[in-house]
Design a binder for this molecule. Sequence first.
Ligand code: SF4
Length: 549
Amino acid sequence: MDGPTRPSPCHSQTDALNDELKERLTMSDTHVDSCRCDKTQGEVKMRSKRFGRGAVESGLTHECGVFGAIGTGDWPTQVDVAQVICLGLVALQHRGQESAGIVTSEGKSARIFNSHKGMGLINNIFNDEAMKKLKGNLGIGHTRYSTSAASEEVNCQPFVVHTAHGALAVAHNGELVNCSSLRKMVLGRGVGLSTHSDSELITQALCLNPPEGETNGPDWPARINHLMRLAPLSYSLVIMLKDKIYAVRDPYGNRPLCLGKILPLGSSYAYKQSSAQHAAVLMNGSAKNGLDDKAEGWVVSSESCGFLSIGARYVREVLPGEIVEMSRHGIRTVDVVERPADKQQAFCIFEYVYFARADSIFEGQMVYSARLQCGRMLARESPVDADIVSSVPESGTAAAHGYARQVIGYLTSFCPGLHSRDRDMFTVRDKSGSNPCPYCIFHSDWLSCWSAIGFFLWVHIRIASPPLKYPCYMGINIPTREELIANKMDSNKLAEHVGADSLEYLSVEGLVSAVHYNMKTTPSDGVGGHCTACLTGEYPGGLPDDVDW
Ligand code: SF4
């Protein structure tokens, strides 16, 4: 086998080393006070706190989750809409834990929505009393991680505004890359804004009449189309009116959004399938179970991982640029806003690497299977003569499986008690040299797990992601360039720095190839392109002129 074999111990494992490692770990917590974004060719300098968009701490953090549900047929619906949304938000909680909100409508009045929002986790916000007031036949919800405005109650979503044509509620995942120009335009039309939030801006922009005018009352698809032409990325939106929900994805398809069907109680599929069978059905459009059942309702969600818990079946993704109308009669596409002809889809590849739950489905494949393939690809690119490959629970499990299958032919054992989040893998041996114990460690605080190195003689680190080098302008709070360790040290220096025998990343080509491995479509079909900007510095659509952070 190529790659590192079993050398003599290259470092002494002493308590002093552990102390030194602990000291080094503080690097990952370092914050830099000044780095304004200065655009140059593939090179970005930035500040640790965003400029002019609310005080947001640095750190690689998730974005937001949006969810919507509507009962079909006669109203009042049999579907407990608020409960469905609450469960859907629980499944999306990994995308944001700062605040959450639900807004419902009974479909009778264009003026009255029921709303409950608060700071903290879903379980704490939505107690029995709050749920009782959220009566409705349709509703939308949001779980928030702040990227463009402070983490305060005033910025909790969904936003609700009252227009001349009734109330409008909006939940948003993403970040507008041309927020400044859109803000100026909205303010210039005489609309006041009370927060720095993109989401409020979107809500107010939707209240503007489209340039084509409206002859017979508000034309909401035309208004949404107008907004999408003003703001090309990045967002997934759920927009609620009195009796309709619009599900909207930006023309680049940067942020995820998918549709599901609520199946009737007692449906052969909804309540009698195991998780494995459910996964098989999700992945196999020809599966019989439940496919012909009449829908009791429809849901829209940032990820499909919550569908099983609400008895819903995954149907499909909202396509890039698509506006889907959800009503008591079902769902239909009302418009598709095209991106420029020379631009490919730019779905965030970091959803596969890190953000999404492993049991979610994107582009016809489970995130788990893409991560498994990342591990296989990494093993091909950077093999290690390992006896066991293991992972820190749990987000690295799939990559560790893939790596282990490729390199040593059997699965991982896990080392509980270590906490980490990203996708880094290393193999280790205990001090005797005879009891190998490899790990898979993950993400921005993955260095926090390095104290474990002190217990082993040989350490080989394998990271199932390319090095993160550039900021994200599209709704992900990525640390500053100064904080990203890949900008300070190459892999050899980093290995030496943390006391490892070797350290290798998955290549960008390897990641893209792994993600495409099980996909049914390719970029040459016009779909299936991915944003890799934080890895390559190549931003979809080009870097906008008015980036303001
Ligand atoms: S820059 Fe990175 S995190 Fe941001 S959308 Fe692109 S791939 Fe995702």
